[in-house]
Design a binder for this molecule. Structure first.
Ligand SMILES: CC(C)(COP(=O)(O)OP(=O)(O)OC[C@H]1O[C@@H](n2cnc3c(N)ncnc32)[C@H](O)[C@@H]1OP(=O)(O)O)[C@@H](O)C(=O)NCCC(=O)NCCS
Length: 144
């Protein structure tokens, strides 16, 4: 898997994926479904990092990292046509590498308990489950 910093074409690709993806759309379509308008301004901050993931076949998905002090909050996505082929796990390997390179020591992920695919990928790469937060979401963490 390769990664490259997300640009406007990448943000448009994200919007196209989300528009055609009921699963991803239900999870975070309100934000990434309008990536050009909503994600672009946040990416101006030095703490925010957007990446497109790709391989020789083309774009796979994206990574969104926010790093405050030495803690990273992550969001990751594999487009529907590329799922169940190990790219989710490879994406998380890249997340850990990118977060560590940007200075993060600890990575946090927050997941709806119904998001089976996300729970499976986090568990499969060894994230530790911390329990439920005040919004009934599951919290995971990993040390880089
Ligand atoms: C979560 C997501 C990234 C997984 O991507 P993926 O490429 O399908 O994941 P992988 O093929 O690497 O699968 C990794 C593990 O998760 C399991 N898994 C993946 N999708 C699953 C599903 N829908 N139900 C049950 N298990 C699932 C795989 O079987 C594999 O488990 P294994 O190690 O026991 O074989 C993808 O489904 C996605 O982008 N979903 C929408 C957005 C999202 O939920 N993002 C994460 C929240 S921040």
């Amino acid at each position: 898997m390769q990664v490259r910093p997300i640009d406007t074409d990448g943000l448009r690709q994200v919007e196209q994926w989300l528009a055609a993806d009921p699963v991803g759309g239900a999870i975070f379509g309100g934000f990434y479904g309008h990536a050009v308008a909503r994600w672009t301004p946040l990416l101006q901050a030095p703490s925010r990092h957007g990446w497109l993931t790709l391989d020789d076949e083309g774009p796979i998905g994206f990574i969104d990292l926010e790093i405050l002090d030495d803690e990273a909050e992550i969001t990751y996505y594999v487009s529907p046509a590329r799922r169940r082929q190990g790219h989710g796990r490879s994406t998380l390997d890249e997340v850990v590498r990118l977060a560590a390179a940007a200075g993060a020591r600890q990575i946090h992920a927050t997941v709806e308990p119904t998001n089976t695919a996300c729970l499976a990928t986090l568990r499969s790469v060894g994230f530790t489950e911390l329990g439920t937060n005040e919004f009934d979401e599951l919290e995971f963490t990993c040390t880089t």
